[in-house]
Design a protein around this ligand. Structure first.
Ligand SMILES: Cc1cc2nc3c(=O)[nH]c(=O)nc-3n(C[C@H](O)[C@H](O)[C@H](O)COP(=O)(O)O)c2cc1C
Length: 331
């Protein structure tokens, strides 16, 4: 039987497995990462940080990079378009103890692309090469890059960027099979990932886009021959998703937690958030996190409304302490 989940080597780093959790701006914060770490994805990421802000030693940016000693291996992701800043940023991240550094070439947001950063870099592949080269020169840890298929359907250049990244010494390239113009609409085109894998000689190819369960994970491995997979939205409110995927790939069965462990997981996520955030930020975070976890419930409208109206820690805690009320609609 084909072995899908296996160790993956990126330069000097050997990861236990090849199923990764994605960087998610505004979502993969420290409590989220602590939850992720329990389920041991091969690698998981902090939210992207801006190069300029890192160099300015902006405290809010450094906070995005919080992690504990027992959370290795953990990756940081840089967002920026200036090769001149890249080496210093790489050194800062290596000194902070990160296990790998990724360059974001996928963020579709106008605010980010307008200075050529994020998916704006897809329009200047040679700058991607320069930035990777600069980081690589400055650090020992593996340097990786995350791209989209291309800017739009007329300019699919992921294969070209794969070769550039490989020449610049990147250990891996993650390809999200959507274009920048697609943003998150439509489907990810995995055939682009297959093309990148065919073109890659040494660089590892990580497939991304629309992987939600064991079946889709198997399909992307089979269709693209990729070396690993990266899961993004399906990790929200489901930190155990890697277990679901690996159980399916190894034993043919998707894991799904029962109500009690579901509730315990949600409460643990709430506790980590409470310990990390001030009261105001806790309430805002729990509105977001609570809604993710409630996706699993058929009649969660009332609970969702209650979370969104709540203004204090006590109100939020009460809702989740009385969560048993939702048991009937758990699917
Ligand atoms: C809310 C949100 C935030 C994201 N933040 C980042 C980010 O900081 N860096 C990055 O490379 N990709 C980011 N992405 C893109 C995802 O990592 C991933 O490439 C994309 O969602 C496709 O994968 P999926 O279908 O598994 O969700 C973000 C996506 C979403 C929905």
């Amino acid at each position: 039987m084909k072995k899908y989940v296996k160790p993956l080597t990126l330069g000097s780093l050997t990861l236990d497995n090849n199923v990764f959790y994605a960087p998610l701006a505004g979502c993969s914060d420290y409590p989220f990462r602590k939850m992720s770490s329990i389920y041991r994805p091969g690698l998981y990421f902090c939210e992207m940080v801006k190069m300029d802000a890192l160099i300015r030693h902006d405290p809010n940016t450094y906070r995005l990079l919080d992690y504990d000693k027992d959370m290795h291996p953990i990756g940081a992701q840089l967002c920026g378009s200036k090769p001149k800043l890249a080496a210093e940023c790489g050194k800062i991240l290596e000194d902070l103890g990160f296990d790998s550094i990724d360059l974001n070439c996928g963020c579709p947001v106008d605010k980010v692309t307008k200075d050529g950063s994020g998916s704006g870099l897809l329009k200047t592949p040679e700058i991607i090469g320069e930035i990777l080269h600069e980081i690589k020169k400055a650090v020992q840890i593996p340097v990786t890059v995350k791209i989209r298929a291309g800017w739009d359907s007329n300019d699919i250049n992921a294969v070209q960027i794969t070769k550039i990244a490989e020449d610049a010494g990147a250990a891996a390239i993650t390809i999200h099979g959507r274009t920048r113009v697609q943003a998150y609409k439509g489907f990810a085109d995995w055939s682009v990932i297959a093309d990148c894998k065919k073109a890659a000689k040494n660089i590892k190819v990580i497939g991304n886009g629309d992987i939600t369960c064991g079946e889709s994970a198997k399909k992307i491995f089979d269709e693209t021959n990729c070396d690993g997979i990266l899961i993004a939205r399906a990790t929200m409110g489901a930190p155990w998703v890697i277990k679901s995927i690996t159980d399916f790939l190894e034993y043919g069965q998707n894991f799904s937690p029962d109500f009690e462990s579901y509730k315990t997981t949600l409460q643990q996520h709430m506790d980590y958030t409470l310990n990390y955030e001030n009261n105001r930020r806790f309430v805002l975070s729990m509105r977001r996190i609570g809604c993710w976890y409630l996706k699993k419930f058929k009649n969660a409208k009332q609970l969702r409304e209650a979370i969104n109206k709540s203004k204090t820690v006590e109100e939020i805690k009460k809702i989740f302490d009385e969560f048993d009320l939702a048991k009937e609609s758990f699917s």
